[in-house]
Write a protein that binds this ligand. Structure first.
Ligand SMILES: [Zn+2]
Length: 298
């Protein structure tokens, strides 16, 4: 795979649409990549630190990776919204039905068995939609054919959870992990809109960038640089010494300092930005893409 330029997991995310490869080569590479991803062990230190930081607090996970890390780590699936979908599922490439979504494990097994036994992938072992018999694609938000149905319950739970927080004016801290400006605007933008709309909300953004960016219009937000996730346990370690309270205190101090400097920036620049309500943005993520595709094909 390296000979074809696929050196990282991110490179491999678009392997099934690589025009340089035949359809059989694409699926063979995809199956090998999926198998490798399944073999990568969880980062237990980071997970332990996260578990301690979360403790008994009320929480919700908004994930924009399709690797299902939080599910695998044992977080409550009712408290996870996987906005990007999941590599663990395939869907009909034409999105012929909103429920045409299937586990990908069988296809991976079939392709790899064929590849290892006969050194070739044939049409017979490529995954097909069980509704229309057509081709399949990963159930991941790669284009406007993405079937969102599997994730709709998570989205609805997230919206209800946020509405309760807004109504009760409970204090909310959004902790963003690995949120680089260039990479993940679809992840960062909804979180920024929540932080802008909820008065009692603070945003703490961990990023591998040297100078993590947060919008100047947010009154309680801070970007903290981390070089890798191996540093995360250390950053969160303070939580262990005070039953989860230290992280909030340390983060709050940084948030206050950053808020003060941005307040000055705003006054200087006389910024006037109208916040967009978080509910509208989140609902847009769950828009019924299947219906849109269906209407266009009529
Ligand atoms: Zn189909």
């Amino acid at each position: 795979m390296c000979d074809w330029g696929y050196k990282t997991a991110v490179d491999c995310s678009e392997i099934l649409s690589d025009g340089k490869l035949s359809i059989y080569e694409r699926w063979a590479f995809w199956a090998e990549h999926t198998e490798k991803m399944n073999e990568i062990p969880m980062d237990e230190d980071t997970l332990d630190a996260l578990a301690v930081a979360v403790g008994e607090k009320d929480y919700f996970v908004y994930s924009f990776t399709a690797e299902s890390f939080f599910h695998k780590a044992g977080f409550d699936s009712r408290r996870i919204y996987s906005a990007a979908g999941s590599w663990e599922f395939l869907q009909c490439a034409k999105a012929c039905s909103s429920s045409s979504v299937f586990p990908s494990s069988e296809a991976v097994h079939e392709i790899l068995s064929n590849l290892r036994e006969y050194s070739v992938v044939t049409n017979d072992c490529l995954p097909k939609c069980s509704h229309c018999g057509g081709d399949c694609i990963p159930n991941v938000r790669l284009n406007d054919k993405f079937c969102h149905e599997r994730y709709s319950e998570g989205l609805s739970n997230l919206i209800s959870w946020l509405e309760e927080i807004a109504a009760s004016k409970t204090r909310l801290v959004i902790v963003e992990l690995d949120s680089a400006f260039k990479a993940n605007r679809l992840s960062a933008f909804p979180m920024e809109s929540i932080a802008a709309d909820l008065a009692s909300c603070a945003l703490v953004r961990f990023s591998n960038e040297r100078y993590p960016w947060v919008p100047a219009v947010l009154s309680k937000a801070v970007g903290l640089p981390t070089k890798s996730f191996h540093e995360l346990p250390e950053l969160l370690a303070h939580a262990e010494s005070a039953d989860g309270q230290m992280l909030s205190v340390a983060a709050e101090k940084e948030v206050e300092q950053a808020a003060e400097s941005r307040k000055l920036q705003r006054q200087e620049r006389d910024l006037s930005v109208e916040p967009i309500h978080w509910r509208r943005i989140l609902q847009h993520l769950g828009e019924d893409l299947f219906n849109c595709a269906y209407e266009r094909s009529m």
